[in-house]
Design a binder for this molecule. Structure first.
Ligand code: S3P
Length: 167
């Protein structure tokens, strides 16, 4: 089974995904990391040189061209489900789980570690919360198409495993 973890930056896709994969004995694939390996640049560098439009095209290509093993947990970039037909493609090729958190919680988590996230680099405090509220508002309609929606607050890999089992 291929399980795509989706959700806003800071929702824990990579951390939880890695732990979940190890619990299930599945391979873990981080698509942001795959993209960085392919272009030999960090995402921040890629954004700076080529811009966001080029990044969105490339992340869609990486999603669709990656060779996935039968059993994999795949963590996706926060914007990926919201561009092109990426959400439909994930639904056609596996299960998707939306890890849902409030803008305030996301902002608290994202206040540190913004350097590697080009969309957040210049935002702090209230401006960061406002930005997340607005972006999440735009993105929610894509995220909510996920096969499973889970509350990301105090979510553990164990809980995620349980949710998948019940699905
Ligand atoms: C982005 C999220 C990032 C990365 C890029 C753009 C977004 O991934 O793909 O910086 O548009 O939300 P994470 O969600 O893993 O931080």
């Amino acid at each position: 089974m291929k399980i795509f973890l989706i959700g806003f930056m800071g929702s824990g896709k990579t951390t939880l995904g890695r732990k979940l994969a190890s619990r299930l004995g599945y391979e873990f694939i981080d698509l942001d990391h795959k993209l960085e390996q392919q272009v030999e640049l960090s995402i921040a560098e890629y954004f700076q040189i080529f811009g966001e439009d080029a990044f969105r095209k490339l992340e869609s290509e990486v999603l669709k061209k990656t060779l996935y093993p039968d059993n994999a947990i795949i963590s996706t970039g926060g914007g990926l489900p919201c561009y092109f037909d990426n959400m439909g493609w994930m639904k056609a090729n596996g299960k998707s789980i939306y890890i849902k958190l409030s803008p305030k919680t996301l902002a608290d988590r994202l206040e540190t570690g913004k350097e590697e996230r080009p969309l957040l680099q210049d935002k702090h405090g209230d401006a960061l919360v406002d930005f997340i509220e607005q972006k999440l508002g735009e993105r929610e309609k894509f995220y909510s198409q996920a096969s499973i929606i889970v509350d990301g607050l105090s979510l553990t890999a164990e809980k995620l495993e349980q949710v998948i089992g019940e699905y």
